[in-house]
Design a protein around this ligand. Structure first.
Ligand code: TRP
Ligand code: ZN
Ligand code: CA
Length: 447
């Protein structure tokens, strides 16, 4: 007992010194690389409404892909000339429309393949919305429903962005993947080679693989509710029922994105599974027959398309890109961090870590974000306050007897609008129960 008290006292003295050292250190604004998941600030401007995507344009692309297959041995498969010709076709349209395009080369199954990436100028480079489709087909046919349909809808949406000279809030990035049919090779290559800082900028990836099945269903990926809702709302507006996509989750290019935590969504009209009687009731078509009887076969031609399904889904692609891509975004705030460690004495006195703000004008925002990273066993022991420059105290967290979990890594919103921004802000942390202890690893203020 005596030992504990003595040790606690000694540690307190040292940590106070450390805290003061942290306090004195000048803290520069850090770039906020991680997009904040928070609702837009009121008053929110509105997302823009998408134009109708002309089905004739989408079908004209299908005709071109059919011709490309015809001129190249009947397919557009990875490692075959029809794939490269497909890339050249899409890239040519995008380049002419003002996109910045790039080819990402990879090798698989002994052949070179490419992903085609296209970015539209403007938008917040820190908040990227991606939409994509696989451009390769199987070797047995032209691959028109699978997946010239998705490729063409994404292409025509990108061209509509150009026709509208859209000024999105987000950075729009479109992708056409190679070697999906060999096991999501191109999209996986892309994700694996995207640095973590770039991944963190992805607000969503929308995938379109088989969206014109001749006996169509209207399936929406249910991975991320906010993205699912954008599609479902569109179909509700058309009076078309949708179902959750279940014919093989993870069987397309959204899977590598989902695996690293990127929010994903997408559309699908069905492959080899048979349409049920209930589905034929609500969507029409033929019960007991596959959504796509030509799935992965030579009859997957321009005749293997439901124009109605392709039309609705192409419009839904544009709806999602416009809705998500022009939604008001929260401007990235200035973040100030103090990452100096401060030990928290067990059952002892409060310690503080300071951040001194200068050069701002006016008061702190009503949504001052206080990011806290405290390493501490049995975190229920810990009480946390934010102390404003004038000494006003904002309680962030109380102690609780039964919260036995480790660590407090959280962001606490504080209405600090009555406090001038400039001055010395303190995070005050106290461990009020003997036994477990820890330290302030870092904390930050985002204005
Ligand atoms: N290209 C996919 C494949 O060959 C088609 C597919 C099957 C699919 N099930 C899916 C696409 C579910 C999206 C969602 O496997
Ligand atoms: Zn496919
Ligand atoms: Ca304790």
């Amino acid at each position: 007992m005596t030992f504990t008290v003595a040790r606690r006292t000694a540690v307190t003295a040292v940590t106070t010194a450390l805290a003061l050292a942290g306090l004195v250190a000048s803290v520069a604004p850090a770039a906020t690389a991680t997009p904040q998941v928070s609702p837009p600030r009121a008053p929110a401007a509105q997302a823009l409404a998408a134009p109708d995507i002309p089905i004739a344009n989408v079908k004209a692309h299908l005709t071109q892909f059919q011709a490309i297959a015809g001129a190249n041995g009947g397919n557009r498969a990875h490692g075959r000339p029809g794939y490269r010709a497909s890339i050249d076709y899409v890239k040519g349209k995008l380049d002419a429309a003002g996109y910045t395009t790039s080819l990402q080369q990879f090798t698989t199954s002994g052949a070179i393949g490419w992903n085609l990436i296209a970015e539209w100028p403007g938008g917040d480079a820190g908040q990227v919305l991606m939409a994509g489709a696989h451009l390769d087909g199987v070797s047995s046919g032209a691959g028109i429903n699978d997946n010239a349909s998705g490729s063409s809808a994404v292409l025509e949406t990108a061209l509509a962005v150009s026709r509208a000279q859209l000024r999105p809030t987000k950075k729009l990035r479109f992708a056409w993947w190679g070697a999906e049919e060999l096991g999501l090779v191109g999209s996986r290559y892309y994700v694996n080679n995207l640095p973590a800082a770039e991944r963190a900028k992805l607000t969503g990836y929308l995938n379109f693989d088989m969206i014109g099945s001749p006996n169509p269903g209207y399936f929406v990926y249910d991975d991320v509710p906010a993205l699912e809702k954008v599609f479902k709302d569109y179909f509700t507006g058309l009076g078309v029922a949708t179902e959750i996509e279940t014919e093989g989750d993870g069987r397309s290019d959204h899977a590598p994105f989902k695996a690293v935590g990127v929010p994903v969504g997408g559309l699908f009209t069905g492959a080899s599974r048979a349409k049920t009687a209930a589905q034929a009731q609500k969507w029409g078509g033929t019960a007991g027959q596959a959504f796509d009887r030509c799935y992965h076969s030579s009859c997957d031609t321009t005749a293997n398309i439901s124009d109605t399904a392709l039309d609705r889904n192409s419009d839904a692609v544009a709806h999602a890109v416009w809705t998500l891509g022009t939604a008001p975004t929260v401007p990235p705030g200035d973040t100030y961090e103090n990452a100096a460690d401060v030990a928290i004495p067990d059952g002892g006195a409060a310690v503080t870590s300071s951040i001194t703000i200068s050069g701002r004008t006016g008061n702190a925002p009503p949504t001052l974000a206080v990011g806290v990273d405290i390493k501490h066993t049995w975190r229920g022991d810990v009480v946390i306050d934010l102390v404003a420059p004038d000494g006003s105290v904002y309680r962030l967290k109380n102690s609780s007897a039964n919260d036995s979990a480790d660590n407090i890594i959280a962001t606490f919103p504080v209405d600090a609008s009555s406090e001038p921004a400039n001055g010395e802000w303190k995070l005050r942390v106290q461990d009020v129960v003997a036994q477990d202890s820890g330290f302030i690893d870092s904390w930050k203020l985002t204005f």
